[in-house]
Design a binder for this molecule. Sequence first.
Ligand code: HEC
Length: 107
Amino acid sequence: MRSLVLAVMLCAGVASFASAEDAKAKGEKVYADQKCSLCHSVAGKGNAKGALDSVGSKRSADEIRNWITDAKGMTAKMKTTRKPDMKAYALPKDDVDALVAYLTSLK
Ligand code: HEC
């Protein structure tokens, strides 16, 4: 009985780890599909003016989410001046969640 409980706990742990990894991988794909690299770079690939390499330590998950869904509001709030402005993305919630998981992992 005890080993069964342990096995179930282990499986749950592995499953949640795997889904976090899946979300990150999916986010990386959404990032590529949406051509975020036109204005941003990760690991030296893309537009160096908008490096996102340490965005996960600089910005909270909420701030990153707001950039994706309300770029105009964030541009005003953060008083950023880089042009062209980022536009808000009307993406399915799953895609936004995945992007946030990916970007918050960049530290
Ligand atoms: C047309 C250019 C453009 C595109 C395309 C673009 N962005 Fe941006 N983004 C900006 C600008 C300008 C800022 C303001 C901050 C700055 O000066 O880098 C910004 C800021 C951000 C920030 C906050 C960065 C920080 O350091 O606070 C995140 C996160 C972000 N963008 C994610 C994305 C994602 C994800 C995509 C694709 C879905 C994307 N951006 C597409 C122009 C763009």
